[in-house]
Design a binder for this molecule. Structure first.
Ligand code: ZN
Length: 170
């Protein structure tokens, strides 16, 4: 895995539904994948990306809402407060946006790429993206938050994505 561009997995790929494994010893391989993930995120104009989205079922995420890049390992939300509802998109579910109710303020623990433990307080969009990416580590996607009517509305689009994911495997 050198220099090659990471491929973003789309809805229908089983890796997106798997629970990602916590990272034990952090290696150069993790640091490399984190920088490749950041590159993919910027290339696709995303503001966050989780390792399962590039086919790696480990607890790694990158986030940048325009205020600097965060590379986080084993992120865990330890406290939530308030509510917000933002229309969210996802690089793994292209063409679909869903309004998701989330906490407005979150506190989380994680490790940086050198293994240092850190605590982070995040609000508004930053809090939203962190919750979205941590959802990915649990195998959860924005479509899981869709209302009954929204589910009907996006059914055909999801079927199309599923077909694409299948074809990409062949
Ligand atoms: Zn996503």
């Amino acid at each position: 895995m050198t220099g090659t561009k990471l491929k973003i997995k789309v809805f229908g790929d089983a890796v997106l539904r798997k629970k990602a494994k916590p990272v034990g010893r952090i290696t150069d391989q993790h640091r490399l994948i984190l920088s490749q993930m950041a590159k993919s995120m910027y290339d696709d104009s995303g503001i966050g990306l989780a390792a399962p989205q590039v086919g790696l079922s480990e607890q790694l995420i990158v986030v940048d809402i325009g205020e600097g890049l965060y590379k986080l390992i084993n992120p865990k939300i330890i406290k939530r407060q308030g509510k917000q509802s933002i229309s969210e998109g996802c690089l793994s579910v292209p063409g679909i946006s869903i309004k998701v109710k989330r906490a407005k303020l979150v506190w989380l623990q994680a490790q940086d790429e050198d293994g240092r433990h850190l605590e982070l307080e995040a609000r508004d969009l930053f809090a939203c993206v962190l919750q979205h990416e941590i959802d990915h580590l649990k195998g959860k996607l924005i479509v899981d938050y869709a209302s009954f009517l929204q589910k009907l509305r996006i059914k055909r689009k999801l079927a199309k994505l599923k077909k694409l994911a299948k074809e990409a495997k062949i």
